[in-house]
Write a protein that binds this ligand. Sequence first.
Ligand code: ASC
Length: 554
Amino acid sequence: MKKKPDCIERGYVIGINGHFPGPTIKAQVGDTLHISLSNNLSTNEGTSIHWHGISQHGTPWADGTASISQCAINPGETFHYRFTVDKAGTYFYHGHYGLQRSAGLYGSLIVDLPLDKKEPFHYDSEFNLLLSDWWHNTSLHQELALSSNPFQWIGEPQSLLINGRGQYNCSMAANIVNNNNNATLPQCKFRSDNEECAPEILHVDPNKTYRIRIASTTSLSSLNFAISNHKMVVVEADGNYIDPFEVDDIDIYSGESYSILITTNQNPNNNYWISIGVRGRKPNTPQALTILNYKKTSISSSNIIPNSPPPITPQWNDFNRSKAFTNKIHALMGSPKPPTHYDHRLLLLNTQNLINGYTKWAINNISLVLPQTPYLGSIKFKINAAFDRGHPSDNFSGGYDIFNPPANPNASFGNRVYMFRMNQVIDVILQNANVLSGNNSDIHPWHLHGHDFWVLGHGDGKFKQGYDEKRFNLKNPPLKNTVVIFPYGWTALRFRANNPGVWFFHCHIEAHLHMGMGVIFSEGVEHVKDIPKEALACGLTKKIPMSFFNTTNN
Ligand SMILES: O=C1O[C@H]([C@@H](O)CO)C(O)=C1O
């Protein structure tokens, strides 16, 4: 039996082609990707992979959302994803079945501009960092805990990971005390590049500019990213160019991605900490660290540790600081502007409730339970029995007190769909509120499939119709696919329903989605053609004769 290196806490992880994280997919705008996904999971679960941030325009069945765009891919089955990437940017892919993202099913997806196009900023080289979090409990344990009565929260992660690497049960600060890296705890010894648990060290040349792509596929954690002694210029958010601004550190919520530029203008004889730490929720996870190494400086294990302490992660609940960062993000001059008016507005109240004693999350008092038959098929082929065809509520009672636990804690399950007409301009006001018990309000990063949306603004307290619209930024609101709602606050977004398909809109905290924190949007499904039969081979669409498909599927 090979001696277990002292750095490993063994556990179950989902790999792709034997790798964790999954392989980085690199493409150019206009490329059509053909990705065959074979389910060889030993846990005998279904699976699907979502290409986070990719519009899937014309290929809504490739969005990778089990029960929405396709059937879950059963053990032993293969599903062929074929889609075109139509926008450059920093993206990622991840499992969208159960809590498989938490189990490690993710990887980076980078879309470059065509060779004849230039980015609106200069850099000499680039790095790609995929941030995530890690529990020692398996994702199946977590599913069980969340579905138990009494409710068991999954707890905060044991580790934060950078490109799948992290430390456990030791803050690297343990090393700072003695600089020659003979750490207090053996598992805290900082490892150089080649060892099994070594973090990925970024090796740089002095006086160069580097683009660092950062995406967060965390299952729960909101993170703050910083590099000692190096300021950073933010130039991209969720695949959209933004008006560059310089900061010491960035906040990044689950589902978001950024590109920052750093210039290596510091003392080249030193190394510098790269740090991610938890914000937004009371932390119980050490910061994850790796190193920015100026190549002039050798990284022999003796002097690998920077001679200054790691960055201090800002106070987790300093939400004014968080809002100040978020409010710095504006679209780059020349970006598409939002329509000046909306056709249809949704006010979606986020509450934590009880259903038959189980703790769930609900939107306008409905906790989402996905149907057996994927919506795309049942809407395309008008199979009315597949889900509740009623209209979900567009708003919530004006008298709702967002500052206290719900007076009536009960909610209901549902699977209704918000149906939009093609090209309607949709406004969504996401309203946060107090949780089920105690005085607390969680942050929630909301992610929309199939679209980018303009973030028109954030506000505190309850959204006041007819008044808060005056604060909307219609001049240069950022385009994003994920946006945070702050405790006891609201966030306003606008998008055009111009992408035929059925699209998930949900909290990107995996446990919250699992507890029902999502809604379904549908638009222009009558224009969807050629749905592959593998996307329909389950539930009620499974029983439709192929001949019927062939007549109505084109
Ligand atoms: O959904 C959640 O449940 C717990 C807590 O609210 C109840 O235990 C928590 O921190 C969440 O984000």
